[in-house]
Design a protein around this ligand. Structure first.
Ligand SMILES: *Cc1c(COP(=O)(O)O)cnc(C)c1O
Length: 250
């Protein structure tokens, strides 16, 4: 593995930004732990290495190919979260990554099945992959996620069945509507309320405990107020992202 180098200037910038958000989160919520997931999509491996050297171990990526390359390059004790739109035929590529930790965008039974099968086939001895079911709480057509109760229950049931040994249901995930997150004096966010509602419903029906992955740079404080267990922050830590065709890993 060749060494990944970075400048002192970038290091102090990223560490300061990360610490600031972390302090804000701890300030917002003292009664429970809220995971700060550093969303590193379209940012170079050197940025990830800076936060890794600062002690951060969990990072979120959106593109399978980019995640494959970064996971090869970077330390193997990183716990990768996949938070991008998931295609059924990419489930096997994710399952092959030994240290993929959590796939947050399971939005069909088929994808859960594929992921379990591929993990069993390609990485039978690696840790189980935690999974979040993505729910489309804003009912926006372009957003992924399940909407329908029967389908949601069907996927939960699959996770709880005996045949599933290589993936495990961890929680629910949503992306709040952009408009709702950017309203002034927004108050309660209805998408987050909807997700919290699903959590209650599923927990009581199936007697399980679920986590909530909700909140991004624009709306994480509100998400924490409404019960988030994990906020996914990119821009506020790493700065604005380059367009995809200009992004570089090294
Ligand atoms: C990009 C992304 C984030 C981070 O968004 P920021 O606004 O940059 O904090 C969080 N969640 C998902 C699903 C994303 O795609």
């Amino acid at each position: 593995m060749s060494e990944i180098i970075y400048t002192k200037g970038r290091e102090s910038q990223l560490v300061n930004q990360y610490n600031e958000i972390k302090a804000m989160i701890d300030n917002e919520c003292s009664v429970r732990d809220v995971l700060l997931l550093a969303v590193s999509k379209l940012k170079p491996a050197s940025d990830i290495k800076i936060l890794y050297d600062h002690g951060v171990r969990q990072f979120g990526e959106n593109y399978v190919q980019e995640l494959l390359e970064k996971s090869e390059l970077l330390p193997k004790d990183i716990k990768w979260h996949f938070i991008g739109g998931l295609q059924t035929n990419k489930c096997k590529d994710l399952a092959k990554i030994p240290n993929i930790y959590c796939v947050e965008t399971i939005d069909s039974l088929k994808k859960a099945q594929k992921l379990n099968e591929a993990r069993a086939k390609f990485q039978p001895d690696a840790p189980v992959i935690l999974c979040n079911i993505q729910i489309n709480t804003s009912h926006e057509g372009q957003k992924s996620g399940l909407l329908n109760e029967d389908e949601i229950f069907e996927v939960v049931k699959y996770f709880l069945s005996d045949e599933v040994k290589h993936i495990k249901l961890n929680g629910l995930m949503t992306i709040g509507s952009w408009n709702t997150s950017h309203e002034e004096n927004a108050g309660e966010n209805k998408d987050f309320a909807t997700l919290a509602n699903w959590k209650q419903k599923i927990e009581s029906k199936f007697a399980i405990n679920l986590k909530l992955s909700m909140g991004m740079s624009a709306d994480y404080k509100q998400a924490i107020k409404q019960g988030s267990s994990e906020v996914r922050i990119g821009t506020d830590i790493f700065g604005t992202r380059p367009p995809k065709n200009e992004a570089r890993i090294i």
